[in-house]
Design a protein around this ligand. Structure first.
Ligand code: FAD
Length: 448
C-alpha cells in the first residue's frame, strides 16, 4: 500500500490527509513536532483572553485520527533523504515514504537584534508561544509593560491579548502608519486612531535597537532608534513570518524563501510536494505573492494536492483573493485587489468612504480607464463573499457595484446600513447620479 507521509499537522497538512483518506485507502502518516493534535492557530489569542480553552481550538475529537486511519507521530524531522525516500527524526528514528508532503508552516522573523533570545522575548505563533505568554505575562503585576515589535496582523492581536489583562503595551511600528504597506492610507489612519483609543502606546516610524537584560538575564528594557529607553518585562517579536524550512537546507529540494513548487505543488524532486505557508510558487499567481501565509490558501492547497496524489492531477487555482481579520474591535474584509498607495497599480483608482463618527469605512478599487471593479476593503461592515466573487468574475463596473451594494451587505437587517451615505459620497466625487437598488434575495442566490 502506498505510504503518504506529511510533515506538519497544521491546516494544510491535515486537510491533505483528510482528503487523501476520502479519496483513497493509502497509508497516511503525519509527523509533527508542535502538538499531538491539530488545532486552529488563528484561535490562539482567544485562549489567552479566556474566551475558550485550548482543547476548544481542536476541531476534531482525538479519536478522529485513529478512526480515519491517519497515523500521528510526534517528532521533529531533521533531514529528508530523497534517494532513500527516508525521513530522519530528531531522536534518530527513521521513517520511509512513497510520497512526501512538506507542510511545515512558518516561524516568526528575528532580525538579529541584540538580546532577541533573552528570557521574556518571544513570538506569537505556536502552542509553546501561547504557554510562554501565559508564563511571561499572566497579569500586570508580573508584566508591568510589554513592547511589541512589528505592526502587522499578529502584532495587533498580541496587543489586544495583553490589553485584555490590562497590561500596558508599547507598539513599535517601522512604517509611518499602521500596516500601510497593505492598507490604503484612509484605512490605515483609522486603525492608528483605533489603536490609540485602546490605550496602546503606538510609536510609528520607530525601530527596535536592542533588548537589555537585568542581572538574571531577563528582559528589563528596550532601546529604540529614536533614542528612547522603554522599561518592559516582555518583548513580542511580530515582524512577519518566514517559511519553516531550515531542516531542508542540504536535502537537494529546491528552496527560495520557501520550498519551490509548481502549480501542481510538486517540488523539483519526484514524489515530494509542498503546501501551505512553507510553499513558494515559482511565480505568484495573478497578483498573489509567491508565498501565501494565510489559513484558507493552506486548506485549498491541501485539498488540491490530495486530488493529485490520488491520481487526478489538479493545479492549485485559488480564484479571487479574499481575506478577513480583526483589528481590535474592527472587522476587516478584503475581496479582489485593493492595494495601498505604496504598491498601487498605475491603472488602479480608489473610492473611499468613512463614517463621520464610527469606525466604519470602505475602499473600492476600480480600473481608471475601464471602470471595472477590482476589489473592495470593508471595515466594520460585513459583506457577502459570494457576491463579490461573482461580481469580480463577471467583471462588473464600479457603478454597478455601488448601486447593488445592498445585495452584498451581510449585516442583519436590524443593524444600521450605510449604502445611502456611501452612494451619496460616490455621486459627489464621481459626478454621477446613481441610486441604491433595493436588496433582492433572488439576485443574491442566483448563479452567475
Ligand atoms: C496568531 C496567529 C493568528 C493568525 N490569524 C490568521 C487569520 O486570522 N487569518 C488567516 O488567514 N491566517 C491567520 N494566521 C496564519 C495562519 O494561521 C497560517 O497561514 C496557517 O496556520 C499555516 O498553516 P500551515 O499548515 O501551512 O502551517 P502551520 O500551521 O505552521 O503548521 C505546521 C506545523 O509543522 C510543524 N513543523 C515544522 N517543521 C517541522 C519539522 N521539521 N518536523 C516536524 N514538524 C514540523 C510545526 O511545528 C507546525 O506545527 C495566523 C497566524 C498566527 C500565528
Amino acid at each position: 500500500m502506498e505510504h503518504i507521509v506529511i510533515i506538519g499537522n497544521g491546516i494544510s497538512g491535515v486537510t491533505a490527509a483528510r482528503h487523501i483518506r476520502k479519496l483513497s485507502d493509502k497509508k497516511i502518516t503525519i509527523v509533527s513536532a508542535e502538538t499531538d493534535y491539530f488545532f486552529s492557530r488563528t484561535a490562539l489569542m482567544y485562549v489567552y483572553m479566556g474566551h475558550m480553552k485550548f482543547e476548544h481550538t481542536q476541531p476534531y475529537e482525538n479519536w478522529f485520527w485513529k478512526k480515519n486511519r491517519i497515523e500521528l507521530v510526534k517528532g521533529f524531522v531533521t533531514n529528508v533523504d530523497h534517494e532513500r525516500k527516508t525521513l530522519v527524526l530528531a531522536e534518530g528514528k527513521e521513517l520511509t515514504y512513497d510520497k512526501l508532503i512538506i507542510a511545515t508552516g512558518s516561524k516568526p522573523n528575528k532580525f538579529g537584534w541584540p538580546g532577541q533570545d533573552l528570557d521574556g522575548v518571544q513570538g506569537l505563533y505556536s502552542k509553546q508561544d501561547l504557554d510562554m505568554i501565559e508564563a511571561n505575562a499572566p497579569n500586570n503585576k508580573v508584566c508591568n509593560r510589554a513592547v511589541i515589535v512589528g505592526g502587522g496582523l499578529i502584532g495587533i492581536e498580541l496587543a489586544e491579548m495583553l490589553r485584555s489583562r490590562k497590561i500596558p503595551v508599547t507598539f513599535l511600528v517601522r512604517e509611518n502608519s499602521f500596516w500601510n504597506g497593505v492598507l490604503p492610507s484612509g484605512e490605515s489612519q483609522m486603525i492608528n486612531e483605533h489603536i490609540l483609543d485602546h490605550h496602546i502606546d503606538l510609536k510609528l516610524e520607530t525601530n527596535l535597537v536592542e533588548i537589555i537584560a537585568d542581572e538574571n538575564g531577563r528582559t528589563k528594557a528596550i532601546t529604540t532608534d529614536k533614542g528612547e529607553t522603554i522599561e518592559c518585562n516582555v518583548v513580542g517579536l511580530t515582524a512577519g513570518v518566514s517559511p519553516n524550512i531550515d531542516f531542508l537546507k542540504d536535502s537537494g529540494i529546491e528552496l527560495g524563501r520557501g520550498v519551490k513548487v509548481n502549480r501542481l505543488l510538486e517540488t523539483n524532486i519526484k514524489d515530494i510536494y509542498a503546501i501551505g505557508d512553507c510553499a513558494e510558487q515559482h511565480e505568484g499567481i495573478g497578483n498573489r505573492r509567491p508565498i501565501e501565509a494565510v489559513w484558507y490558501t493552506g486548506r485549498m492547497m491541501g485539498e488540491t494536492l490530495a486530488q493529485t496524489i490520488c491520481g487526478n492531477p489538479k493545479s492549485y487555482n485559488p480564484g479571487h483573493w479574499f481575506n478577513s481579520a480583526k483589528f481590535l474591535d474592527i472587522e476587516y474584509q478584503t475581496y479582489g485587489w485593493v492595494f495601498s498607495e505604496k504598491i498601487k497599480k498605475e491603472y488602479e483608482s480608489h473610492f473611499h468612504w468613512r463614517h463621520a463618527k464610527e469606525n466604519i469605512c470602505i475602499t473600492v478599487a476600480y480600473h481608471k480607464d475601464t471602470n471595472t471593479f477590482l476589489g473592495i476593503n470593508t471595515f466594520g461592515i460585513r459583506m457577502r463573499h459570494e457576491i463579490f466573487d461573482r461580481w469580480l468574475t463577471e467583471e462588473r463596473d464600479v457603478d454597478y457595484v455601488m448601486q447593488y451594494l445592498k445585495d452584498a451587505n451581510f449585516d442583519p437587517e436590524f443593524y444600521s446600513h450605510y449604502e445611502e451615505q456611501i452612494i451619496s459620497k460616490y455621486n459627489s466625487v464621481m459626478h454621477t447620479s446613481l441610486s441604491v437598488k433595493k436588496k433582492s434575495w433572488k439576485r443574491i442566490f442566483s448563479k452567475s
